[in-house]
Design a protein around this ligand. Structure first.
Ligand SMILES: [Ca+2]
Ligand SMILES: [Ca+2]
Length: 380
């Protein structure tokens, strides 16, 4: 009996014994026709022309073969596996790559030669971000779409590693992935994500993975300069009081509402308040704070404090009236003392004053303030 295989046997002979005179009739298995392959998302729709035996007898069906670019036979997907009795089949959820499809006709236990191999490319899953991919305010979001995903998957999002990266919240619309393999993506980049370059991975529940790059440039503000400036003299004596200023310069713009709840926008701001100098605070040094009971700031001003570096500024807890100003262009917070106190004293020393910001202060970047600033020298 003739034997066929998936290899290069070009044809196979078979014989049929006639019912009448015992005569033997020889024929030849036909070779497979040329496949036509249409790719839709991750599916390959393979079709081919019918062939018959030389005597016109239809074949029983066809076997479908898929090869990689190097000619290695692949396991055919369920939709095209086994004997296909129609003239088309569909392999779904195809692995990305360029494949070659061929068919061979089958009649009884014989198989004809495979027809020509037709190439078809299954595209890899993709994630494409649209709009800005540089996050300057955290939390922020990146938006885009996935394409060429196997339908039916839900998708989660990870940063910088598709299997171990931190999950970030995101949504897929529609979800699960529809038949088209395409869905919109919106992902939140939390404040916890550091500045720098990152890779966003869209991870399908069925194993598809696609990635896209984005950057975060949302620096945390830090105080870069502290100035305690003598602006006046009380009764002819230079000491802390009327006209003196406390200025802190920041590296980046502040969210002004984090200083004063009723401040808003990106322009200059002012408020009235108080400078409080705590006599010999916990550090042993006098400590300067800025407060307000003005309704405009909801009764609280977030400043932090200045360890004045010496106990010599005041002899009792002392409150001065003050004006507070935020300079948007200079990124400078300036507090001006507008009253005097007999409890103040002259300090002329080389002590170092240290400003520690209130942890509630945030930058327009969305990040909390970090760091301290100091100044050494004569103050007030
Ligand atoms: Ca003191
Ligand atoms: Ca002064």
């Amino acid at each position: 009996m003739a034997v066929t295989s998936m290899s290069s046997v070009a044809f196979a002979a078979y014989s049929v014994t006639g019912g009448g005179g015992g005569a033997s009739q020889a024929s030849t298995m036909p070779a497979g026709g040329t496949t036509t392959v249409t790719v839709a998302n991750r599916s390959a729709i393979v079709s081919w022309p019918a062939v018959t035996l030389p005597n016109g007898t239809p074949v029983d069906g066809y076997r479908v073969f898929r090869y990689d670019g190097g000619g290695a036979a692949q396991t055919i997907g369920a939709g095209c596996a086994g004997l296909i009795t129609s003239l088309t089949c569909t392999e779904t959820a195809g692995a990305p790559g360029t494949w070659r499809y061929a068919i061979a006709p089958v009649y009884k236990s014989w198989q004809g030669a495979e027809g020509p191999r037709t190439p078809a490319t299954i595209a890899a899953p993709q994630l494409a971000l649209t709009g800005s991919t540089n996050i300057t305010v955290v939390p922020g979001s990146v938006n885009g779409s996935i394409t060429k995903f196997v339908p039916g998957q839900t998708v989660s999002f990870r940063l910088n590693n598709p299997s171990t990266g931190t999950f970030v919240p995101g949504s897929l619309n529609p979800s699960p992935v529809p038949a088209s393999g395409t869905a919109d993506v919106s992902v939140t980049i939390p404040t916890s994500v550091a500045d720098g370059s990152h890779v966003l991975y869209a991870v399908g529940s069925g194993g598809d993975v696609a990635s896209a790059h984005f950057t975060v440039t949302a620096p945390a503000p830090t105080p870069t300069g502290l100035a305690l400036v003598n602006g006046g003299a009380f009764a002819g004596v230079e000491k802390i009081g009327l006209g003196d200023t406390i200025s802190v310069t920041f590296s980046d713009s502040l969210n002004v509402a984090s200083l004063c709840s009723t401040w808003s926008g990106t322009g200059d701001q002012t408020a009235v308040g108080s400078v409080v100098v705590d006599n010999n605070a916990a550090s042993g040094n006098d400590r300067l704070r800025v407060t307000t009971n003005a309704p405009v700031c909801g009764g609280a001003f977030k400043f932090g404090n200045v360890n004045l570096g010496t106990a010599g500024f005041v002899t009792a807890n002392t409150t001065f009236t003050a004006t507070i100003a935020w300079g948007a262009a200079s990124k400078q917070l300036t507090v001006t003392i507008v009253s005097d106190s007999v409890d103040a004293a002259r300090v002329n020393s080389t002590n170092t004053a240290l400003y520690t910001p209130d942890a509630a202060i945030t930058g327009t970047s969305g990040r909390a303030v970090t760091g301290t600033a100091s100044v050494t020298g004569m103050h007030f």
